[in-house]
Design a protein around this ligand. Structure first.
Ligand code: CUA
Length: 370
């Protein structure tokens, strides 16, 4: 008797696994779904990928079906043991046929593919420029035309072509917001351009897609597309220096920021970098307008309490009542516990051993930075 390769258990496991994968593709909340493009470049990719996927799918199904038919039809049957199938060598017509058919198919697909590659690389006219710096483990966004710098959240105006100049400060990362465009590597010492345009206001999630160490999976990107008017307000707000704190806890918190190590890496305009100069980045996110963002630490944590009804696509910043105090305090208490980092090697935020009072004061101060 021929040995059975697949037991029923194997088959059931395979079926369940396959079904699980299939159902995973039906997720409704899929913010990084490349098949739901929301911008010019992503749509170009989609218009190419979908027809190619259909052609490849049809070919794949035909080949798969043929393999299954042949496996069943020509399987070894009881009593066949000593019979050897008819031996043949080559079939010129068939071989020429299955060489030419794929070659023609690939040549046809190459035409729109090459055209799309060139179109994606075209620098759009009147583009807004944003420098993107990847680093372990967060993204910095620098608007050189505006003197604005921010982190984790890429804010762009709707319907406005944007050119990202992407680079890295340490190792190779890769920038990808699937609903806006394809990937581009962030390579130290090189600047690589990527065009983006969002056609609908809203948030678009992305993440680093090149393994870059401990927190590679926690190096996320949140892009926010605002109407032209809201974007102008956002820029105007970002250009302001940090608010001078007035209440006692916030004043004490500012002293914690200055004297307990925070200011060694983070910058706050008008506090540890000069006022009225274009913002410059340190080794960590610039915090001048921290509360205008919704996320922190590589867009890994919500800066706003989940379920808070005041959304932060409005440019004035998160009202303090929405602050996700628990997450921010946990982060300040021991960052390495919240997110794997290698602070001793200078990568990621170290534990500054702040006291609970210092943490409370620091949070009071940070929540003024709108
Ligand atoms: Cu940065 Cu992976």
């Amino acid at each position: 008797m021929p040995r059975r390769l697949w037991s029923h258990r194997h088959l059931i496991g395979l079926l369940l696994g396959g079904l699980g994968l299939l159902l995973a593709g039906c997720a409704k909340n899929a913010p990084q779904d490349t098949f739901k493009p929301k911008g010019t470049e992503a749509k170009r990719i989609d218009h190419l990928a979908v027809p190619v996927f259909i052609i490849a799918g049809v070919v794949g199904l035909l080949v798969g079906a043929a393999v299954i038919v042949i496996i069943i039809k020509f399987r070894q049957r009881p009593g066949d043991d000593d019979r050897v199938p008819a031996q043949i060598h080559g079939n010129t017509k068939l071989e020429i046929g299955w060489t030419i058919a794929p070659a023609v198919l690939l040549a046809i697909i190459a035409v729109p593919t090459v055209a799309t590659v060139f179109k994606l690389a075209d620098k759009p006219r009147d583009a807004m420029e944003v420098q993107v710096v990847g680093q372990q483990w967060w993204w910095e966004f620098d608007y050189p035309g505006e003197g604005v710098i921010t982190a984790n959240e890429l804010v762009i105006p709707v319907g406005q072509p944007v050119v990202l100049h992407i680079t890295s400060r340490d190792v190779i990362h890769s920038f990808w917001i699937p609903r806006l465009n394809g990937k581009k590597d962030a390579v130290p010492g090189r600047i690589q351009d990527l065009n983006l345009e969002a056609d609908t206001p809203g948030e678009y999630w992305g993440q680093c897609t090149e393994f870059c160490g401990l927190s590679h999976a926690n190096m996320r990107i949140r892009a926010i597309a605002l109407s032209q008017g809201d974007f102008a307000k956002w820029i105007a707000n970002q250009k302001q220096n940090a608010v001078t704190p007035t209440d006692a806890a916030a004043v004490a918190g500012q002293n914690v920021f200055k004297n307990r190590g925070c200011a060694g890496c983070h910058q706050i305009n008008g506090v540890n970098v000069a006022q009225n100069v274009p913002l410059i980045a340190g080794a960590a996110p610039n915090l001048t307008h921290l509360m205008s963002r919704d996320v922190f630490a590589g867009a890994m944590f919500d800066l706003e309490t989940p379920g808070c009804t005041v959304t932060n696509t409005e440019p004035t910043g998160t009202p303090p009542q929405c602050l996700n105090r628990a997450a921010l305090e946990a982060w300040l208490r021991d960052p390495g516990k919240q997110k794997p980092m290698y602070a001793k090697g200078g990568r990621g935020m170290p534990n500054l051993n702040l006291s609970e009072t210092e943490i409370d004061n620091l949070v009071a101060y940070l929540s003024t930075l709108k």
